[in-house]
Design a protein around this ligand. Structure first.
Ligand SMILES: Cc1cc2nc3c(=O)[nH]c(=O)nc-3n(C[C@H](O)[C@H](O)[C@H](O)COP(=O)(O)O)c2cc1C
Length: 129
């Protein structure tokens, strides 16, 4: 089993239903898993503030025995709360470039999915931020 899991980011982590789903997965022995997300700030900017948007999902998967072998993120239009009244954050995202990066990520990780290629896949950390 090779989960490819992602959602928007809500209050600093993936959607709670996705986290519940990850927690319901069976235990495995080192199978690769891939994570993606969209968020108003993007992962990189969030890190400057000490927020690690993928951490909770990654930890749940690792607790099940998965090895997170690749991650992708890009910005997504955010109209939550006060941001909405100010016109929103990351308007226009995901944009064409984000989608191209997402396609590139999916292509690169779906190709070498056999366990022996985890080392290769492990370098697949893409951000379109
Ligand atoms: C209730 C709520 C909380 C959010 N929290 C964050 C957040 O903590 N950090 C962030 O960068 N974006 C945040 N966002 C923006 C979303 O991550 C962004 O709009 C995402 O693209 C939504 O994905 P979806 O359209 O697939 O649901 C939040 C949005 C909502 C509605």
């Amino acid at each position: 089993m090779t989960p490819f899991l992602g959602s928007g980011i809500f209050f600093g982590h993936h959607h709670s239903r996705l986290l519940e789903f990850a927690d319901s997965l069976p235990e495995v022995d080192g199978s690769p898993a891939f994570i993606f997300s969209t968020s108003g700030t993007g992962i990189r900017a969030a890190r400057w503030f000490g927020r690690h948007y993928h951490r909770r999902l990654a930890e749940l998967l690792e607790a099940k025995g998965f090895k997170v072998a690749g991650e992708f993120d890009c910005k997504g239009f955010d109209t939550y709360g006060p941001w909405g009244k100010l016109g929103g954050v990351a308007k226009g995202h995901p944009n064409k470039r984000d989608l191209q990066m997402a396609e590139q990520f999916a292509t690169s990780v779906l190709d070498p999915l056999s366990p022996r290629d985890i080392e290769t896949s492990n370098r697949n950390r893409h951000t379109a931020g």
